[in-house]
Every structure is written in C-alpha cells, then in structure tokens.
Design a protein around this ligand. Structure first.
Ligand SMILES: *Cc1c(COP(=O)(O)O)cnc(C)c1O
Length: 384
C-alpha cells in the first residue's frame, strides 16, 4: 500500500503524524455518491468521524450534507461551506447555547432525542420567532451486532426516544407552535458489518413511519443514520460496498411518494484513508514478552484503549525477515496504551517506521493532550 517513495518521504519527517491518502478519500466519496445517486438517496457526512479541514473540503465538494453532534460541529460545517439547509444536528445533550446557534444558522433539521428537548427547542425557537424543523430520533431496539461500546439502538442505550415515549412526543408536537415535524431518524450503532442488521432496521422504520402517519403526521424524511463498517483486518479492501448497502434500503424500506431517504455516514467514508505513522523509540525484550515502544500512543489514536479496537499494524522499514511477537505500545502512562498484543512483526529496531492502518475515522478527532503531548500533525498525499 505504501510506495517506496512514501516511505522515504516519511523517513524525513518528524513523527508521529496522520498520513492522509486524499486520492483514496476521493475515490471513496465518488463510489458512495454514485451508489446513492442510483436511488436518489441523500447522504450527510458525520463530522465527528473526522473534521480535518482537508477531509471536510473534499466531502463538501462532492455535495454531501453534514451530520453534526455539537454546536462546534455545526459551526465548523458552515465555516467549511456546507449549506445550512443540508445540516442536521443530533445529540442527547444539546445545550441551550447550541440550540440557539443552530436556530440562528437555520439548519435543515434537529434530530431530537427526548420529549423534554422538544419542549426546549419549541421554547427557544419561539423566543426568536422561528419555526424549528425537527425529526424524532427513535430508539428502535434493533441490535447492531457490533461492539457493545458502539451500540446505540437498544432499549438500554441513552440515545433517541424509546417507543413507549412516542405518544408523549405526539402530544407535545401537537401543542408546539414553533416546531415543524419533518420525519423520523435512527442511528443504531457503528462499525456494522452484518448487513442483515439493516434489514431489521428497515422493518422498524416502516412500522414507525406508519405509526406517525396514522396519527396525522406527514413523514417527509426517513433518516436511517449511518454505521456502515470497514474492514480493519484488510486495509487494502479500501472502499466499502456502498452498492450493497444502499440496495438493502431500496429493497426493504417502504418509501412513499414525496418521501426522502437520508443517510449519515462517517466511518465508511473516511476510515481507510489515513494511517498513523510512528517511529520505534525502544525495543524491550522481556522474558515473556517483547515490546515495541512507539512514539505514538493512545493520545494520538484512542480506539484500541477505548474499545479494544483492532488496527492492522505494519513495520514499514523491514521486509518479511524473521518474525517475532511483540506487544506494540505507546509512551503514555497507562497500561491500556497498547495498539496490539502479541502481534507478529519483522524483528524491529529503534528508528523503524510503523504504520497503524485504517485510522481515518475516530482517530485524529479523538486526540488528547493527556501527558501534555504535542498536538498531532497531518501529512497529505497531495497538496490539501
Ligand atoms: C456517529 C454518528 C453517525 C456516524 O456513524 P458512523 O458509524 O461513523 O457511520 C451517524 N449519525 C449519528 C447520529 C451519529 O452519532
């Protein structure tokens, strides 16, 4: 995947850094846009997966909307040039300040996650003499069959309105003069690789759409969220199968005339386009274990420490000579600061370059200052 030219370029750079393959990003965006176009589906990019300016610029240029989960992301999307009419705003804990900001920007839709939030948005919109457009984020109790820490659509999760609270939502909507109901929203989890999960989601979406229609609401928008996974074990399998993904929704969703289907993809669009590039600081050979100590740690890529996520790790400086088993660790003062345990690697030496692959989603955006670390830098395959 990395050419010799890439590797000699890295050799002259200070590590660690995120390396972005912008051609791959472009190809991935094109594949998604083309597949969505077949069915007239609308795609919003979930900014929280990666809000690197070079990434956002490309996503914006392809014409996708923005899916935001904070006031900061709403601002960033609009600063980047996303059309406010294509900005949606989800989140269980929108503050008054964030709601006001989104009202001032006249965003397309608030994805509302509780009855109380409906009341607050109605009140704040009223004070501004505005009508807020909203969709109800419903918790459909569909198992995403993914890691429990990134499951969001089960009864025990904090996200969305549970089905038993929907009658209260309807009552509130009926008396809220400053709310305009657009439709229903779902997002059941992330890194979903079993596409059957989406069939189950479609069945539930159809049921809830009918439920609202029966109560006199016009459901214009069916927003089914995101969550499509990538293959972390095969970073070379770079572009997710968007055709297969969208096809499921086209087959299993009952879309009525005038209804729009919206998606919010994050990881699938950006996950494979970046690697974290790091250098070996030290090799420690223990009796039971060998350690490769890198100059990157959980402060640069938190996913392994946060949810035991797997990332493929490659030594870029050695061929496939003798392999040894290493624990690949970072310099941070935490035992969970480990990128992989018992990983087979060529015998490694101080100064070797390592790549931690598939780090484009939930990587750079989660970087922290813990241990007063330097800000992580980015390097691009072309001028950004
Ligand atoms: C995080 C998030 C997404 C994107 O999830 P991916 O797994 O990255 O596709 C979409 N919608 C909402 C509401 C989210 O919170």
């Amino acid at each position: 995947m990395f050419s010799n030219k890439d590797i000699s370029r890295f050799a002259n750079l200070e590590t660690p850094f995120y390396y972005y393959d912008l051609n791959l990003l472009q190809n991935t965006l094109n594949a998604c846009a083309n597949a969505a176009k077949l069915y007239n589906f609308h795609v919003h990019y979930a900014l929280k997966a990666n809000f690197n300016p070079a990434v956002l610029k490309k996503v914006k240029a392809i014409g996708f909307g923005a899916d935001c989960v904070s006031g900061g992301e709403v601002n960033r999307a609009i600063e980047t040039g996303f059309n406010p009419k294509q900005v949606v705003f989800a989140g269980v804990g929108k503050s008054d300040k964030e709601i006001n900001l989104a009202l001032d920007q006249d965003i397309f839709c608030f994805n509302v996650e509780s009855v109380q939030e409906l009341e607050v948005i109605n009140e704040l919109a009223g004070k501004k003499g505005k009508i807020a457009k909203i969709a109800i984020r419903i918790n459909p109790n569909v198992d995403a069959h993914t890691h429990h820490n990134i499951t969001t659509g089960l009864d025990e999760n904090k996200f969305g309105v549970n089905s038993w609270d929907l009658p209260k939502c309807v009552e509130t909507l009926k008396v809220s003069e400053h709310l305009e109901f657009l439709g229903i929203h779902f997002h059941i989890g992330s890194q979903i690789t079993n596409l059957d999960v989406y069939k189950n989601l479609c069945v539930r979406v159809n049921e809830f759409a009918i439920w609202f229609e029966e109560r006199g609401f016009n459901v214009k928008i069916l927003n089914v969220g995101g969550g499509l996974g990538i293959d972390y074990h095969n970073p070379e399998q770079q572009i997710p199968d968007f055709d297969a993904y969208f096809k499921i929704f086209s087959e299993f969703l009952e879309v009525k005339a005038g209804q729009e289907v919206h998606f919010e993809l994050g990881r699938a669009l950006v996950g494979q386009c970046a690697s974290l590039i790091s250098r070996v600081l030290y090799i420690k050979n223990g009796k039971k274990k060998n350690f490769v100590v890198l100059d990157a740690g959980m402060t640069e890529l938190m996913r392994p420490a946060l949810y035991q996520a797997y990332h493929k790790i490659e030594n870029l400086s050695r061929g496939n000579q003798t392999t040894l088993k290493y624990d690949i660790v970072g310099p941070i003062c935490e035992s969970t600061d480990c990128f992989g345990k018992e990983v087979e690697q060529p015998e490694s030496f101080r100064g070797d370059l390592y790549a931690i692959r598939s780090a484009g989603a939930y990587g750079e955006v989660m970087a922290s200052k813990y241990n007063l670390r330097d800000e992580i830098r980015s390097v691009y395959s072309e001028e950004a």
